[in-house]
Design a protein around this ligand. Structure first.
Ligand code: PAF
Length: 281
């Protein structure tokens, strides 16, 4: 039975009642849960005796022209999935519980949040770091699990945890994909049938780049050109970035160093839907 906790006080009371020394695993989400989220819950359950998820569509991380109002909120369906996954508790706050009237304190990470999504979604990561720190303060988890699909979000949160000496272990859960390669995302439900059929091109571009890397290519510009060329085969995509970066610092790479990995990361609009994806090689 998943207990629903709606206020900060309810979460604190639930947390205090856990047996001393029992590790708590946390999966923060914005809801519209899918198999990718459930895989994060499974990871948390594998590492912690008690698990809690949160569902909060965080207004602070949406830009003025983004999809805050229409972001999917299928709460009954989400609850059923959490029950089935055996998650012990759900924190389901109102906006006012996390942002009291006149809230004026924010968390800003100033390095890894700069490029990629940070460059095209100003203020987005300020919203993410602010809400995640609040959630950590309220839930006080021992470990928290985030999806690798949002690779930059993982890097930003890991940097915040390190810089602010937060007592939380961050785990990354692997990307879960549809059989045709499309990375699972709550936003996939926005895709029209035609866009849904086209969407796997993003993963195909990543795979083409991986093939080049495995064939010995180490020049980032060559690898990105291969990925961008695949994306250009369908004019309905508007590419925001197709980048080759250091997986932890997100610095743009010129050459992929011998023995070191790289992150290949893409963001593109397909019709009204913004999709992101990545692989690490
Ligand atoms: O990845 C998400 O769903 C959100 O960015 C998060 C981490 C729950 C913060 O609102």
């Amino acid at each position: 039975m998943t207990v629903i906790l709606r206020t900060v006080a309810e979460v604190r009371a639930w947390r205090r009642a856990l047996p001393a020394g029992q590790a708590l695993g946390f999966v923060p989400t914005m809801g519209a849960l899918h198999a990718g989220h459930i895989s994060l819950m499974e990871l948390a359950k594998g590492r912690a005796a008690a698990t809690i998820a949160s569902i909060f569509v965080n207004p602070l991380q949406f830009g003025p022209k983004e999809d805050l109002a229409k972001y999917p909120r299928p709460i009954e369906q989400d609850l059923a999935l959490l029950e089935r996954a055996g998650v012990d508790a759900l924190f389901l706050p109102e906006v006012s519980a996390l942002y009291p009237e006149g809230a004026s304190t924010f968390v800003v990470e100033e390095d890894v949040s700069g490029p990629m999504c940070g460059a095209v979604r100003p203020g987005h990561f300020r919203g993410v770091t602010t809400v995640v720190l609040k959630l950590f303060n309220i839930v006080q988890p021992d470990l928290a699990v985030f999806g690798q699909k949002d690779a930059q979000q993982c890097a930003v949160i890991e940097r915040m945890v390190r810089d602010l000496a937060l007592p939380v272990e961050i785990m990354r859960g692997p990307i879960v994909r549809e059989p045709d390669g499309l990375a699972l995302s709550s936003r996939n439900i926005y895709l029209s049938p035609e866009d849904r059929a086209a969407a796997p091109l993003i993963y195909e571009s990543l795979q083409a780049a991986r093939t080049a890397f495995e064939g010995g290519e180490r020049q980032a510009a060559m690898i990105a050109a291969i990925g961008r060329k695949v994306m250009a085969t369908d004019a309905r995509f508007t590419l925001q970035y197709w980048d080759v970066r250091d997986p932890m610092t997100l610095e743009a790479l010129t050459t992929i160093p011998a023995g070191a990995g790289a992150l290949f990361a893409v963001a593109a609009h397909l019709g009204p839907t913004r999709l992101i994806d990545n692989i690490t090689v």
